[in-house]
Design a protein around this ligand. Sequence first.
Ligand code: OFO
Length: 165
Amino acid sequence: MISKSIEKALNDQVRVEAESSQVYLAMACWAEVKGLDGIAQFMYAQSDEEREHMLKLIKYINERGGHAQVSALKAPNVTFDSFQEMFQKLYEHEIFVSECINNLVEITLNEKDFSTHNFLQWYVAEQIEEEAVARTILDKISMIGDDKGGLYLFDRDIKQLNVSS
Ligand code: OFO
């Protein structure tokens, strides 16, 4: 059984993961209409992953005697000046999510809820991986610069960078 405060903190994270899914869905749409199909595919997959992260939390909350909440979401950014800016925003978003997870982990320690603490370790590992992927992408982007041929290859190759959840 989880306490009311843990239930509330987990539900806040359900919203963060749902919003992340929307953030990446909007990025997928932007890339798709720009004809950047590889980037769009990557973003659609990221969006699906975030939904999986949300569902995992929902199942945990409900299984542990809480009630998962499906709440209103903040509208995501839908336009970007460039694909470079879009990936910078993705990286910043992942840093923000990592901070949310870390705060959540801290709450479980303060409450001595070791089951939830243990459950959250999967998210801690996932954030390390997602931040690393985002940094790798930013490194590649800075190598490309404004080279159109480079963008073509990047758009083709990014499909292989999809991280599995
Ligand atoms: Fe949910 O992992 Fe990214 O944000």
